[in-house]
Design a protein around this ligand. Structure first.
Ligand code: PLP
Length: 392
């Protein structure tokens, strides 16, 4: 039974959207097989390798027998290292029972599943990370999308969040620095949303995957309000900051009662993150940070190069992203829709970019460029796009 029409699936399966970048990547790989030279801007992964001491920690843990089942919540030394790091960075020390280890994306699903009933509502940034929307559809949650507007430098407006809360709202998601816009919220905005969550008694998921990747302003976390003891949940990942996307390692800090349930989800689905991977996480957190700082300095140069390049193109304008490694130019002046622009860039300039609409309806008129690639590639891409747009 290989025929798609004959295979009957559960309703939820038909609602799964997944991650759009994987589709674009597959198309680009097909063109590469035909001999085309593609420059990649679609994937939120870096060209840097993780620092050597992180690799060494994983290898030596493998060699010393860290190859068995472990505690589903995560190994104690990693959770302790996260408690210490949180105290240093945010000024409060969570209990071990508040800290859970899993891939960041898995947390988005597990947390939404455990906090939101079908038909209940989540407040979410638009444009926002595509996995949020895929998860909501899959579990039957409804959402109120808060527009991130270019005229507000894509920052989420707390007044919009307040207006969108209903008696069905269970969860607010914020994501600063934001994927796909690179926007960083101010301390005032972050704290205002934290206070709204407190006043209304709703959970607040603060997705801090790019928290250490800001260029001009510091990152703030609303978790200081309740120290993740009542309603705030910090989501974090080793993927971007430490260039460890393939390790599939992240963590979350949350009220202990929720952590217990997430532990049961992990037991049910994959038992635990492999222990040798978790040892790499300890090395990342407590080891030398100089390479991390150097990577960040390089991303800043790349950001400046891509923003200048995009702003030089006919019909394209780009506000300066303050964090992460994404640029989100306005492409309306090209006369193309976002979907057409992404297609045009691939077919006519050999570049993979994502349509802004992959991240929600307010992404129309924009494209996402992931600039975690060399300045050389960035300059080449701008040249190719310039040629293609001029000859359109
Ligand atoms: C906003 C946001 N949250 C979470 C994740 C998931 O991170 P990971 O790949 O570590 O699961 C990503 C990855 O792109 C992201 O952009």
């Amino acid at each position: 039974m290989n025929n798609k029409d004959q295979i009957k699936l559960a309703e939820a399966a038909y609602k799964l959207k997944g991650s759009p970048m994987f589709k674009v990547l597959a198309r680009a790989n097909e063109l590469e097989r035909q001999g085309k030279k593609i420059i990649h801007f679609e994937i939120g992964d870096t060209d840097f390798a993780p620092p050597g001491h992180i690799i060494e920690a994983a290898v030596s843990a493998l060699r010393s027998g860290e190859t068995h089942y472990v505690n589903s919540l995560g190994i104690l030394p990693l959770r302790e290292a996260i408690c210490e790091a949180t105290e240093k960075e945010l000024g409060f020390k969570p209990t071990i029972g508040q800290v859970v280890i899993a891939p960041a994306k898995a947390f988005i699903y597990f947390l939404t599943r455990c906090l939101v009933n079908p038909g209940e509502e989540v407040i979410v940034p638009d444009p926002g990370f595509a996995s949020y929307y895929s998860v909501f559809d899959f579990i039957g949650a409804k959402w109120a999308n808060i527009p991130l507007l270019e005229k507000n430098e894509f920052r989420m407006n707390p007044a919009d969040v307040r207006k969108s809360i209903t008696d069905k709202t269970r969860l607010i998601i914020i994501n600063s620095p934001n994927n796909p816009t690179g926007m960083v919220m101010t301390k005032e905005e972050i704290m205002a949303i934290g206070e709204i969550a407190k006043e209304k008694g709703v959970y607040l998921l603060t997705d801090e995957t790019y928290g250490k990747m800001t260029y001009d302003y510091p990152h703030y976390s609303p978790s200081v309000i309740d120290q993740c003891r009542e309603r705030t949940i910090i989501l974090n990942s080793f993927s971007k900051v430490y260039a460890m996307a393939g390790f599939r390692l992240g963590w979350a800090i949350m009220p202990e009662a929720i952590a217990e349930k997430i532990g049961l989800m992990i037991q049910t689905v994959f038992s635990a993150v492999p222990p040798f991977i978790q040892y790499a996480g300890i090395a990342a957190l407590i080891g030398d940070q100089s390479q991390i700082k150097a990577m960040l300095a390089e991303y800043k140069k790349r950001r400046d190069a891509i923003v200048a390049g995009l702003n030089s193109l006919p019909g394209v304008s780009c506000v300066i992203p303050q964090g992460a490694f994404y640029a989100f130019p306005n492409i309306t002046g090209t006369g193309l829709t976002s979907e057409e622009f992404a297609e045009f860039a691939l077919e006519n300039a050999g570049l993979t970019v994502l349509s802004g609409t992959n991240f929600g309806q307010y992404g129309q008129g924009y494209a996402r460029f992931s600039y975690a690639t060399s300045i050389d590639n960035i300059n080449k891409a701008v040249e190719r796009l310039n040629e293609a747009l001029k000859n359109k």
